[in-house]
Ligand binder design. Structure first.
Ligand SMILES: [Zn+2]
Length: 463
């Protein structure tokens, strides 16, 4: 996960600039600011596989009608004009995006054995929405600092002479990423969904995947292809009719750059799980000693120290989602999280569902207002609320790259979101942001500027 020695042959720098609020677009449209920047490394340019949720425009007759309607209604906008601003060509494909979310989730894991397997999982429903995310970890409420992290494979630690007792390894306690993603789902079920994982699932996970009604598993590699566990998984999937798709991401790695970073950020209000107090620690260590004969002073393997914080992870998901945007100038992502730290809504800036990216204008400047993107585009925050996969977003927190405009603020407040975490505030003094702050403060919505611990997060698909 953290090896950075796969050096790119081509470095593609995607830098977003100029996020203009619709109400300000006429006055202010050329402020350049790289607030969403993701670097993709790849050996070849990505061919965008047409995912079923990407609306294509392959009906000539339909298009002819649309063209006429647009021309008449927009006072002459020609969708075939050679001067048209094209959509961004290098946006992340759906498959790469979902895999990236799975790899990013793996970086939340406290498992100190990242070299062996990096496990995260991302479940996507039939509508193409992310409805469950998971990573390897101990069950909810079971302390990362008390339970053993040792791996059963003796080769993991050089100083491990004798084989560890089962109860002294992580084996009996660890919940796999696939299982956590299913159990953490924010929708009523995941029937008909697809699961994206770095590694082919074990047979224990296969049982969960099949029972949950997932119909396709998309994985990157299967290092244990010959193991009994892999064989059993393949048998189960085959018999149950779950499609197995091995997919190599079209890019080698992805770099999420926050642009700013403070290595020891003390200003962040931590939303990490509360640390155990001494009494609790003593109680749990006593329990482990009685039940499993684990000597608390003999712990050899402790949890990973460089896992992503919740804030970093959710902001990372927002930044990744921004890379789905087709807007050639501005890519913004938003991620809504409930009080259980489940992601319940994701959005990026784009045209409404069914309104083709290839047809509507992407221009920021044009003679006519109707020939610019602003009347048609939906902001990331609003999309995240409308794409929610839970019944409501009441009480939730929204993570956004940029402080929300007043139009989004209204929707954020009305939908019951109680906290806004933002990275940049470059439009602080604009009327739109002033209006946002007025409404947020009156409505009692908490505003928190996020100061990233690291400048960037690297997602290495070849780890
Ligand atoms: Zn907005």
């Amino acid at each position: 996960m953290h090896c950075r020695h796969h050096l790119p042959s081509i470095v593609l720098l995607v830098v977003a600039s100029s996020y203009a609020h619709p109400s300000l677009s006429a006055a202010k449209s050329d402020t350049s600011f790289p607030f969403t920047s993701v670097t993709k490394t790849s050996s070849k340019m990505a061919d965008e596989p047409k995912a079923n949720t990407d609306k294509g425009s392959h009906q000539p007759n339909h298009n002819k009608n649309i063209r006429e309607i647009i021309r008449l209604e927009s006072r002459g906008y020609d969708i075939d004009s050679p001067n048209k601003v094209p959509k961004r060509p290098d946006y992340l494909s759906w498959d790469d995006y979902f895999l990236a979310v799975a790899y990013l989730s793996a970086q939340r894991s406290k498992d100190p054995h990242p070299s062996k397997k990096c496990d995260g999982a991302c479940v996507v429903d039939a509508m193409g929405r992310i409805v469950g995310i998971g990573y390897d970890g101990f069950p909810r409420g079971c302390s990362d600092d008390c339970l053993p992290w040792a791996s059963p494979a003796a080769s993991d630690a050089e100083d491990m002479e004798q084989e560890l007792a089962w109860l002294h390894t992580r084996e009996p306690y660890l919940c796999n990423a696939e299982i956590n993603a299913i159990l953490n789902k924010c929708s009523t079920d995941v029937v008909g969904g697809r699961m994206f994982v770095p590694n082919f699932p074990s047979n224990e996970c296969a049982k969960f995947i099949i029972q949950s009604g997932i119909t396709e598993i998309i994985y990157v590699k299967d290092d244990d292809v010959d193991s009994d566990s892999s064989r059993a998984s393949r048998i189960l999937f085959e018999v149950a009719g779950v499609k197995m798709t091995k997919r190599k991401p079209s890019i080698a790695s992805l770099k999420i750059s926050f642009g700013v970073g403070s290595p020891n950020s003390e200003t962040n209000e931590s939303i990490e799980n509360a640390k155990l107090n001494e009494d609790e620690m003593e109680k749990y260590l006593g329990l482990l000693q009685r039940e499993a004969a684990i000597d608390p002073f003999q712990f050899k393997v402790t949890k990973r120290s460089d896992y992503l914080s919740w804030d970093e992870y959710f902001m990372g998901v927002a930044f990744l989602s921004a890379q789905r945007s087709k807007d050639p100038n501005t890519q913004v992502g938003a991620c809504i999280v409930d009080s259980n730290k489940c992601i319940i809504g994701i959005g990026y800036n784009g045209f409404p569902r069914g309104c083709s990216d290839a047809v509507l204008p992407w221009a920021r400047n044009a003679e006519h207002n109707l020939h610019k993107k602003y009347p048609y585009v939906v902001h990331a925050e609003v999309n995240a609320v409308l794409n929610k996969c839970s019944a409501s977003v009441r009480g939730a927190t929204i993570y956004v790259a940029l402080f929300p405009c007043n139009e989004c603020s209204k929707v954020i407040i009305q939908s019951g979101i109680r906290e806004v975490v933002y990275l940049h505030d470059i439009y602080h003094d604009t009327d739109a942001c002033r209006a946002s702050r007025i409404m947020f403060k009156m409505a009692g919505v908490k505003l928190r500027q996020y100061h990233p611990e690291h400048q960037e997060i690297v997602i290495d698909f070849e780890s």
